[in-house]
Design a protein around this ligand. Structure first.
Ligand code: PMP
Length: 315
């Protein structure tokens, strides 16, 4: 992976090599940090880099920070503006990934959330594909369970919570799969290690509700809207049983890093015909156009980095 050139760190843009923290930093030791993951997509015809729904990402980021009693004194707009300034500094003309992180910055011993200083950092790096196999993914059900809202809230993108995702991902990969789905304590399908899940059954698109310990994905939100408006599909947000997944017609995963991943096998069982189905293919196609600012109807989801002067994105 490429090294970022610059970072926003302690209130200004600095060379990445200067953005350093001490090893006693609270966020590193106790996981008391929250982060985001945004993408910007290069459109060569328009010579423009489009940030995808940055205000939604930063709203979620600030909500995650709120869960950890952080006050960052920022708005989604101000964070988007910093992101634009940072990307412009390096003049990226390719797809990139942006990682904002807010962390408890004191270098002290003692686990808590209160009486600690909060710091914000943002980095941007060139980024192409997250999952190698995004057209034919083989997935398993993890033996781990998803973290529960009453222990570690999944709706916050909390650094420490990602050890749950890391267990899920590594055990799946070590067992020869591309990804894993994880169940809630009650046994309902929650999501993948860092992606939301959608299944198609009898022409209806179904995805777990936000109360099944999912991260409320920005991609998920966009896919629900596109499925209804562009593909005329009914979308249900409801709990899903494990064996419904084995018997569904199509299955895909969604996330900012990987966009839309087609799953063709779960626990060695073929999904539908065992190859990409028409709805998944149509959604992947549509989403790629939307991300690159090629569909005027959804241009309000794209914030241009280079033409932009003020941030005007609306949901
Ligand atoms: N679930 C988890 C646990 C994630 O980390 C992510 C990635 N942010 C997602 C779902 C997908 O969310 P989004 O579409 O906003 O990237």
């Amino acid at each position: 992976m490429a090294t970022p050139l610059h970072a926003y760190f302690q209130g200004k843009i600095v060379p990445y090599a200067e953005a350093k923290i001490g090893i006693l930093t609270h966020g590193l030791n106790y996981g008391t940090a929250v982060f985001g993951g945004l993408r910007a997509y290069w459109n060569p015809e328009q010579e423009e880099l489009y940030l995808f729904r940055p205000l939604d990402h930063y709203e979620r980021f600030l909500n995650s920070a709120k869960l950890l009693h952080m006050d960052l004194s920022h708005t989604p707009q101000s964070l988007t503006q910093i992101t634009i300034d940072l990307i412009r500094q390096d003049n990226y003309r390719q797809d990139i990934y942006i990682r904002p992180i807010a962390y408890k910055a004191d270098e002290v011993i003692g686990v808590r959330l209160h009486d600690l200083r909060d710091e914000l950092a943002i980095v941007a790096i060139p980024f192409e594909r997250y999952l190698k196999n995004d057209t034919n993914a083989h997935v398993t059900f993890s033996s781990w369970r998803r973290i529960d809202d009453n222990a570690v809230p999944a709706r916050g993108k909390i650094s420490g919570a990602y050890i749950n995702s890391a267990f899920i991902k590594s055990d799946a990969v070590n067992a020869g799969f591309d990804e894993a789905l994880v169940l809630t304590q009650e046994g309902h399908v929650s999501e993948a290690s860092a992606m939301n899940v959608f299944m198609l059954k009898d022409g209806v698109l179904v995805t777990p509700p936000i109360t099944d310990n999912i991260l409320e994905g920005i991609t998920r939100k966009a896919v629900i809207e596109l499925a209804q408006s562009e593909l005329n599909l009914t979308v249900h947000e409801r709990s899903i049983d494990r064996t419904e997944i084995y018997l569904c017609d199509e299955l895909f995963l969604t996330g900012s890093a990987a966009q839309i991943v087609c799953v063709t096998h779960v626990d060695h069982r073929p999904i539908g015909a065992g190859s990409m189905g028409p709805v998944t293919a149509a959604m992947r196609d549509l989403f790629e156009k939307v991300l690159r600012g090629r569909l005027p109807k959804y241009r309000h989801w794209n914030t241009p980095v280079y033409l932009n002067t003020t941030v005007v994105h609306q949901n």
